[in-house]
Design a protein around this ligand. Sequence first.
Ligand code: DGL
Length: 272
Amino acid sequence: MDIKDMAIGVFDSGLGGLSAVRELMKVLPFENIVYFGDTGRVPYGNRSRDTIIKYAQQDVNFLLKHNVKMIIAACGTVSSVATGLADTLEVPFTGVVNPTAYAAAKATKNGKIGVIGTTATINSHSYKKKINEINPDLQIFEKDCPLFVPLVENGFTDPDDIIVKSVVEHYTGEFIEKDVDTVILGCTHYPLLSCAIQRVLGENVTLIDSGCATALHTADLLKKKGLAQAKEVTGEYKFFVSDTPDNFEKMAGMFLGCDIHRKVTQIDIEEY
Ligand code: DGL
């Protein structure tokens, strides 16, 4: 098989990585995608470093069995903690931290950036470190939001929902006093809450979607490496999860705006 015809492998702990897939479908409509959501072990963000690294390695092993030409860790937690992953791979790899940090550094006007992510991501200071490497003058305010992933995985994303509203206010309200003009959605689950977050922070704050920034970076990378699909045939998408596909199918279909009914297969990730 021509390497250009091979799929892009994308993984996350659950639904979050679909924020990257949604953008990949727009910017690279001819690419095939194999997605793995580790729904049986979500969330990753409050686990130990060793566990996150072990899970990430198994996710990668699973995708490699599908003969992918590139791997995207569409997960802020894995990208922040399993930083040695890229060195173990023979295929191109990207996490979400670097592309997102560049996008935020470019977007801010007043130099004040808020970062929200899982506890593991925020404790690693991955986004802050990268942004300050790009521009040491930028001021970074970090906040972990451990209830966001369970909200999203359980379908609580409606900005009018009182539970959603209060949790979002609880975590992000402090950014208003800090006068940040840009906020990084440092966990790929958070774009599913972007309406609710935007409503709390106001329209003048720019939200940087880590999934989206990473998809744009992927398009560049494939082009540079001569791996981009050359045929203009709509891409094929395969989805795998490590728990029952029911909820994933429903939420993913809504989020991606396409019917993925019967396209989701359950696998046993412990075999990888
Ligand atoms: N979507 C993930 C992230 O970007 C994982 C969150 C979790 O499982 O806690 O961090």
